[in-house]
Write a protein that binds this ligand. Structure first.
Ligand code: SF4
Length: 183
């Protein structure tokens, strides 16, 4: 059966549309290009850290969530878990797994690579593996993902990653300065 012939089974707790499913597969096939775009976007967001700080990360949250939800919803059928793993999972969103598994497939993958809950749907993790093989840093798929913190649901993972990276860079800078001053 061609992948685009997927019909939602309505047996999964994750409601999805056929059109978004088709775009999702396109994103996995183009994971390399999307990886480059993601890295560029992350750099731009980090450069804008002084701006986010000036506006206030909390105040920036609403408009950024609006854009993030629209873009990632279209390309990845994003569920806005707030802790994005796409760059580690071959651009296949793990929250689209009917069991929301974040660290690889369950034991129920069918012999044809489809999901046990939705028999017409290729397993999210089989797709993730395929997508990761196109990516420069595709081996990140081997990294163990932390459990989902549900209190982040609906928040921007773009802003969270930016704030975390900015804090890490600041700390590194301070450690370096302290080391120089003690010499
Ligand atoms: S991992 Fe989370 S934030 Fe990333 S696309 Fe999936 S639901 Fe959205």
């Amino acid at each position: 059966m061609p992948k685009t012939a997927y019909q939602p089974s309505h047996t999964s707790p994750v409601v999805r549309s056929r059109a978004l499913f088709t775009i999702r597969l396109w994103s996995v096939r183009h994971s390399r290009g999307l990886e480059r775009i993601y890295k560029l976007l992350a750099k731009i967001f980090l450069k804008l850290h002084p701006f986010w700080s000036w506006v206030g990360y909390k105040r920036a949250e609403k408009p950024v969530v609006f854009v993030e939800k629209a873009v990632k919803g279209l390309l990845f059928d994003c569920r806005m878990c707030g802790q994005c793993a796409l760059s580690d999972t071959g651009m296949s969103c793990p929250m689209n797994c009917p069991k929301s598994l974040r660290n690889g497939p369950c034991g129920g993958v069918r012999a044809n690579g489809n999901c046990e809950v939705e028999p017409d749907m290729p397993c999210v993790w089989v797709e993730a593996w395929k997508g990761s093989r196109n990516m420069k840093e595709g081996d990140q798929i081997l990294k163990v993902q932390e459990p989902v913190n549900h209190s982040y649901r609906g928040t921007s993972s773009w802003l969270r990653v930016t704030a975390e990276d900015a804090a890490r860079l600041k700390k590194e800078k301070e450690t370096l300065t302290a080391a120089r001053n003690t010499q």
